[in-house]
Write a protein that binds this ligand. Structure first.
Ligand code: CAA
Length: 381
């Protein structure tokens, strides 16, 4: 077992850390306040190779690997979790799905533009009445000769308002229910498509989250991603990888919260000494640091499983998504507590981290869904 990064990984991670410090952190509070995307940074991340981290060079990817991707996600998330979710969706949900299920033509058409950041992608699965149960989605794709006509409304789509490319899941065979769902690759210029409501969120406010409205969008059957009626499997396979990205996001948020708590506890003087000298505070810091370390270690193990193609990692991805997101909840709670009343104020970064953390327990499968996945696997169902 080797727990060290190789030279290439170190370079990629150092670059991510520098970028986060210089290009994300200084703008994060303002963009959170205004609920605006740091599109300039996202485009630059593309040019630097961070939007095609697991894509081979053949498609202009930087081929940095899943471990370097997870570590870079930690760095971006420490500075701005809104930008980091956009990076995660592009790498894990969009690029990976096209690389795994796309035709040669689709790979050539979409991947180089996604890897370079020229195009931003999104993954539209969720609907108003279909969240944890994606098999019940209602958006329809009706065959019409060698075309499909797509109609329906998706919601809570990350990157929705900035996406050039969309992976859309729709019912191609209503009678088959969950086994009648297909995935489609669309570009934003398809007639009949428009971005709907922009959500006003509690956290990760520098990410775009929107409704996506498809009104009789006529697309050629070559827009199918993977086999017809295999869409749910495509979604769930892809989400296994996505959960590594979200777990990394949670670890990054938690690590930033820990750093804030450490810094503040050394500066804040009460009872004649820095509060870092009080045992009650020290115990909280010790708990936080231990939990972050545990999550990080498992995160890299799951990332290694995906990178080394050593078999299915569905259970492990669910475990680390569950553990890291709930760990980040506990860590942000304690870090805010260390700040006392100041932690409740917007001037302090912990206030934003506390809000940003919450979604990691919800998107790409709630904690309860992760427990279902883990339990099914452990019980051998
Ligand atoms: N990999 C590959 N195939 C899988 C799979 C996986 N991880 N999990 C299930 N499958 C297959 C099953 O074998 C089954 O195949 P067959 O039809 O051939 O039998 C099929 O997929 C359906 O599986 P289930 O019968 O197990 O499905 P289910 O309806 O019982 O649901 C679930 C399983 C775990 C609850 C799943 O629905 C789930 O993960 N739900 C959560 C959805 C989710 O994460 N949504 C997030 C939205 S996207 C988002 O948040 C992105 C963003 O913008 C940030």
């Amino acid at each position: 077992m080797d727990f060290t990064f190789n030279e290439e990984q170190k370079m990629v991670i150092d670059g991510a850390r520098r970028f986060a410090r210089e290009k994300l952190a200084p703008f994060a509070a303002e963009l959170d306040e205004k609920a605006e995307v740091n599109i300039k940074a996202l485009k630059e991340l593309g040019r630097l190779g961070y939007l095609g981290m697991t894509l081979p060079e053949e498609f202009d990817g930087s081929n940095a690997g899943v471990i370097a991707y997870a570590a870079s996600m930690i760095e971006f998330s420490k500075a701005d979790a809104g930008t980091s979710v956009a990076v995660s969706v592009q790498n894990s949900l969009v690029n990976d799905a096209i690389l795994t299920f796309g035709t040669d033509e689709q790979k050539k058409k979409f991947l180089p533009k996604l890897a370079s950041g020229e195009w931003i992608g999104c993954f539209t699965l969720t609907e108003a009445n279909s969240g944890s149960d994606p098999g019940s989605l209602r958006t329809s794709a009706t065959r019409d000769g060698d075309h499909f006509v797509i109609s329906g409304t998706k919601n809570f789509t990350t990157n929705g308002g900035i996406a050039d490319v969309m992976i859309v899941f729709a019912q191609t065979c209503k009678e088959k229910g969950a086994k009648g769902i297909s995935a489609f690759l669309l570009t934003k210029d398809v007639p009949g498509f428009k971005v709907g409501k922009h959500e006003n969120k509690m956290g990760i406010r520098s990410s775009s989250t929107t409704e996506m409205v498809y009104d009789n969008c006529r697309v050629p059957s070559s827009s199918l991603l993977g086999e017809e009626n295999k869409g749910l499997k495509i979604a769930l396979t892809t989400l296994d990888g996505g959960r590594i990205g979200i777990a990394a996001q949670a670890v990054g948020i938690a690590e930033a919260a820990l750093e804030e708590a450490v810094r503040y506890s050394k500066e804040r003087v009460q009872f004649g000494r820095p509060i870092s000298e009080l045992e009650g505070v020290q115990f909280m810091i010790a708990d936080m640091a231990t939990e972050v370390e545990v999550a990080k270690t498992m995160l890299y193990r799951v990332a290694w499983m995906k990178e080394s193609h050593s078999g299915k990692y569905t259970k492990e991805a669910a475990m680390i998504k569950l553990y890291a997101s709930e760990m980040a909840h506990r860590v942000c709670h304690k870090a805010l507590q260390v700040h006392g009343g100041y932690g409740f104020m917007k001037e302090y970064k912990i206030e934003r981290l506390y809000r940003d953390q919450r979604i990691t327990e919800i998107y790409e499968g709630t904690s309860e869904i992760q427990k279902c996945v883990i339990a099914r696997s452990v019980l051998g169902e």
